[in-house]
Design a protein around this ligand. Sequence first.
Ligand code: CO8
Length: 260
Amino acid sequence: MAFETILVEQKGAVTLITLNRPQSLNALNSQVLGELIEAFAAFEADASQRCAVLTGSGEKAFAAGADIKEMADKPAADFYNEDFFSKWTSHIVKTTRKPWIAAVNGFALGGGCELAMMADFIIASENAKFGQPEIKLGVAPGMGGSQRLTRAVGKAKSMDMCLTGRMMDATEAERSGLVSRVVPLADLLGEALKAAETIAAMPPMAAVANKEMVNAAFETTLDQGLLFERRVFQVLTASEDKAEGMKAFIEKRPGVFKGR
Ligand code: CO8
């Protein structure tokens, strides 16, 4: 697949996707959207690939938002009629069952913050900065920011960020539950790839199940979520990988998993 705005590499069982428009701080335009959807679909379809990492090229930005230059002169009717960014908002999240990590290396603003929050978790570099500054442009988050940020950090911080447009640094983002780890910029990719390799070595069905269970916590009542968790656990006990995982533990050796 030939892409112009992203780079895709396979590193063993891990797919590394890099947003590659450093001259505009990896701003997200329609071409990036199309290419990301294709790259994630290819990752999902390739049985040899078990986890992905999404990052930005350069040291300054993961993505500084949706491309303002693309949106500036676009008539409102086009945003509405095209249902602008609807595919982006839900497609990657809903169709990517395998786990993926956002490695945020600098600014993650507007659509960039929203894209990072679509990942299963975020690892950030010490210079990372998160924000939903759309209000300053006369608009508001449009790719999930008002919903996912609020679920991640709570109403107080989400309102503060959306209404003032201020940025949150990596330390505050970790303290607030937006990111899982903060590491020096030089270690970011290594740390994210290491985490992805760890996940890639897990029993694949269990990886998908764990992801679905955690995500269910945002969609269901506690009772429904607990029932879903219990049923999925019970289904997993029928897998060959469960038999192998438990046998390997008892025999004090690493498990060899087949995804069955
Ligand atoms: N879009 C287009 N170009 C951008 C963007 C962007 N979001 N961000 C930066 N760039 C470009 C700049 O224009 C500049 O290009 P040029 O050299 O040609 O002038 C280049 O990247 C470098 O940027 P700066 O010179 O501004 O770099 P600084 O270090 O001075 O500042 C900042 C860095 C603070 C990140 C600054 O660039 C900035 O504020 N960027 C915009 C951030 C922003 O407002 N993001 C939100 C965009 S709106 C959005 O994401 C909405 C998503 C939902 C839409 C859904 C619709 C339904």
